[in-house]
Write a protein that binds this ligand. Structure first.
Ligand SMILES: Cc1cc2nc3c(=O)[nH]c(=O)nc-3n(C[C@H](O)[C@H](O)[C@H](O)COP(=O)(O)OP(=O)(O)OC[C@H]3O[C@@H](n4cnc5c(N)ncnc54)[C@H](O)[C@@H]3O)c2cc1C
Length: 504
C-alpha cells in the first residue's frame, strides 16, 4: 500500500522544557521513523525548572516509551509518592492525607465511606485515612508496589514519583536524540504564516536560520510564542477562583528518612510544598501577591524549611487559566503555553502527558481537518475545568480564620463543583464521572479532610447493618492494613537500589 501523500513530513517543537522533551520523546517513539522532528530551545531563555511531584498515570508514559522504573529513578534522582499530606487546610491545626488508590476494600454493596459516615455519627472518631493502604504505608515511611491480587488489601494502593524535572528533560532529550530528533539551539525571533490559511510555515532564529514545518507544537512555556503571540488565542484567566499568582522555590537538604509523600502546608495567603528527592528536598511557597509581598513569602518559607536552603530563592509568576483553544490551525500548545494550574495536586506534567496522548490520537495530515482541533480542544477544556474545580475545592472548603482564606471560602464556585458539593453535603453521595482524572476517593479525601462531613449517608447502610456488623468490619480492615504495611520494606531501602552508580 502507498503512503498517504498528504502525510505530515515534519513537526517542529518550540521549547525544550519538560513539555518539549516529553513531546519529542513520545513523537520519536510513535512516528519518528516517518516524520522529521525538530526541537528548538534557547539556553539563554532557559526553562521554568520546577515540577517535581506527579500522579500515577506518569508510569504509563514511561512504560509506553520503554523506560524502566529503575533507569528513570536513577536518572532523575526520584523517590516514590503515595499521596499528599495536607496540613492546616481545614482548621489551622488540621491534617489529612489524599491517597492514591482507594479507601478499601469494600466489604459490602454499600461503599465503605457510607459505613464510615454511619459510625462517625454514632461517635466513632477514627479518621478516614486509616482505611487507605497508601496512608498505612506512608505513615511508616514504607513502600512497595501493589500486589496483583484484588482480594488482598495490598492491591488497593497506587503510586507516582517525585523527581527532578530538569533531569527528566535531560534524560528524555538523550532518548529523543538517539531516536532521530534534531535539536536546534537559538532564540526564535520571527514566526511566518501563510497568508490565506493562517497556517504556520516556519520560524526564524536569531542567527537567521529558518526552520520550516508542516505542524508546530508550542512548548514555549508561559511565553506562548506560537499559540498566543502569533495565533492570538486568548488566555482565559481563572484568577477569581484561584488567586495565588506567585511561587518562591527554595530547595534544602534532606533531613531524616525520605518520605514517600508530598506535603502541602497552608499558610496565611497560600501554601507550601515539600517534595523529597534522593539528593535534596524541593520546597516552595505558592502565594497571592495581592495579599503578601515576595519578601514576606520568602520569610514564611525560610521559617518552615526542615534544613538550611542550598540554593538561591527563585520567584515565579503565573496566572491560573488556559488558552481558550489549545489547537489552532497547524499549531497545538502543550505545557505552560497551553495553560497553568498551580501544583497543589501535581497535575501539570500530567496535563502535558494527556496533551501528547491526545495529539497522537488526533495527529492530522497536511489537510489539517479542523475536526481534529475541535475534538482536541473539547477534550482539553473539559479536562482542565475538572482539575480546576478539584483544586478550587481545597480553597473553598477551608475554615481558616484569615482574610485570604475567608475570601476563598466566600467566592462562589463553578456550577459543576457546586453540583458535586450539593450531592456530598446533602446525602454523602460522590458523583465524580468515571472518566474524570480525580475519582471519587480523591474527592472524599478532600471533603472529609477539610471538615465537610455530611450528617446523611446511604439509607442502604441502615437496611443492611444487621447483616454486616459495620464496627467489626471496619476494625478488621484497619488492623489488616496496619499489619499489611509491616510486610513492605522501608522507602529509603527501596531507593538505595536506585542511587546513582559510581562512574566506571
Ligand atoms: C511554581 C511551580 C511549581 C510546579 N510544580 C510542579 C509539580 O510539582 N508537578 C508538576 O507536574 N508540575 C509542576 N509545575 C509545572 C511544570 O514545571 C511545568 O508544567 C513543566 O515544567 C513544563 O514547562 P514547559 O516545558 O511548558 O515550559 P518551560 O519549562 O518554561 O520551557 C519553555 C521552553 O521554551 C523555550 N523558549 C521560550 N521562548 C523561546 C524562544 N523565543 N525561542 C526559543 N525557545 C524559546 C525555552 O528556552 C524553554 O526551553 C510547576 C510549575 C510552577 C510554576
Amino acid at each position: 500500500m502507498q503512503a498517504d501523500p498528504q502525510m505530515l513530513r515534519s513537526i517542529v517543537i518550540v521549547g525544550g522544557g519538560s513539555a518539549g522533551w516529553m513531546t519529542a520523546a513520545a513523537l520519536a517513539n510513535a512516528v519518528g521513523k516517518s516524520i522529521a522532528i525538530t526541537l528548538i530551545e534557547s539556553d539563554a531563555i532557559g526553562t521554568v525548572g520546577v515540577g517535581e511531584a506527579t500522579i500515577p498515570p506518569i508510569q504509563s508514559f514511561n512504560t509506553r516509551l520503554g523506560i524502566s522504573e529503575a533507569d528513570f529513578l536513577r536518572a532523575t534522582r526520584g523517590s516514590y509518592k503515595l499521596g499528599i499530606e495536607f496540613v492546616g487546610w481545614g482548621a489551622a491545626d488540621s491534617r489529612y492525607f489524599h491517597p492514591f488508590g482507594t479507601y478499601g476494600a469494600d466489604f459490602d454493596r454499600v461503599t465503605l465511606h457510607h459505613w464510615w459516615l454511619r459510625e462517625r455519627l454514632r461517635g466513632d472518631t477514627t479518621p478516614i485515612d486509616d482505611y487507605a493502604m497508601c496512608w498505612a504505608l506512608a505513615r511508616e515511611n514504607r513502600f512497595g508496589p501493589p500486589v496483583d491480587n484484588v482480594r488482598d488489601v495490598r492491591s488497593t494502593h497506587a503510586y507516582a514519583y517525585h523527581f527532578d524535572a530538569g533531569l527528566y528533560a535531560r534524560f528524555l532529550r538523550d532518548y529523543a536524540e538517539t531516536r532521530g530528533v534534531r535539536r536546534e539551539e537559538g532564540r526564535i525571533t520571527h514566526v511566518a504564516r501563510q497568508g490565506e490559511s493562517g497556517l504556520l510555515t516556519a520560524v526564524t532564529l536569531d542567527d537567521g536560520r529558518m526552520i520550516e514545518g508542516d505542524f508546530f507544537v508550542d512548548c514555549s512555556g508561559f511565553a506562548g510564542l506560537l499559540i498566543g503571540r502569533t495565533m492570538e488565542t486568548p488566555f482565559e484567566s481563572w484568577a477569581h477562583w484561584l488567586p495565588c499568582d506567585r511561587a518562591v522555590a527554595l530547595p534544602c537538604a534532606n533531613t531524616g528518612p525520605i518520605t514517600p509523600y508530598t506535603r502541602a502546608t497552608a499558610h496565611a495567603a497560600g501554601w507550601q510544598w515539600r517534595i523529597p528527592l534522593q539528593h535534596r528536598q524541593g520546597n516552595g511557597h505558592v502565594y497571592c501577591s495581592a495579599v503578601m509581598s515576595d519578601d514576606e513569602a520568602l520569610g514564611v518559607l525560610r521559617d518552615h524549611l526542615d534544613a538550611p536552603a542550598i540554593a538561591d530563592p527563585r520567584v515565579l509568576r503565573f496566572t491560573a487559566g488556559r488558552r481558550r483553544q489549545a489547537w489552532v490551525g497547524n499549531c497545538v500548545a502543550i505545557g505552560l503555553a497551553g495553560g497553568f494550574l498551580e501544583p497543589l495536586e501535581s497535575t501539570s506534567l500530567h496535563l502535558i502527558q494527556t496533551g501528547i496522548e491526545r495529539l497522537l490520537l488526533l495527529l492530522p495530515d497536511r489537510g489539517h481537518d479542523p475536526l481534529n482541533a475541535l475534538e482536541y480542544n473539547r477534550a482539553t477544556a473539559l479536562e482542565y475545568e475538572r482539575i480546576r474545580d478539584f483544586i478550587i475545592l481545597h480553597y473553598h472548603a477551608n475554615t481558616r480564620d484569615e482574610p485570604f482564606w475567608r475570601q476563598c471560602a466566600a467566592t462562589p464556585v463553578p456550577d459543576e463543583l457546586a453540583y458535586k458539593l450539593r450531592h456530598w453535603t446533602g446525602s454523602g453521595r460522590l458523583v465524580a464521572p468515571q472518566d474524570e482524572l480525580f475519582r471519587n476517593p480523591s474527592w472524599l479525601a478532600v471533603y472529609l479532610g477539610q471538615g465537610l462531613v455530611p450528617d446523611r449517608y446511604d439509607t442502604m447502610a441502615d437496611l443492611r447493618a444487621a447483616e454486616v456488623d459495620p464496627p467489626a468490619q471496619l476494625r478488621r480492615l484497619r488492623e489488616l492494613m496496619r499489619a499489611a504495611a509491616q510486610t513492605f520494606p522501608a522507602h529509603d531501602a527501596v531507593l538505595a537500589r536506585f542511587a546513582p552508580q559510581p562512574a566506571a
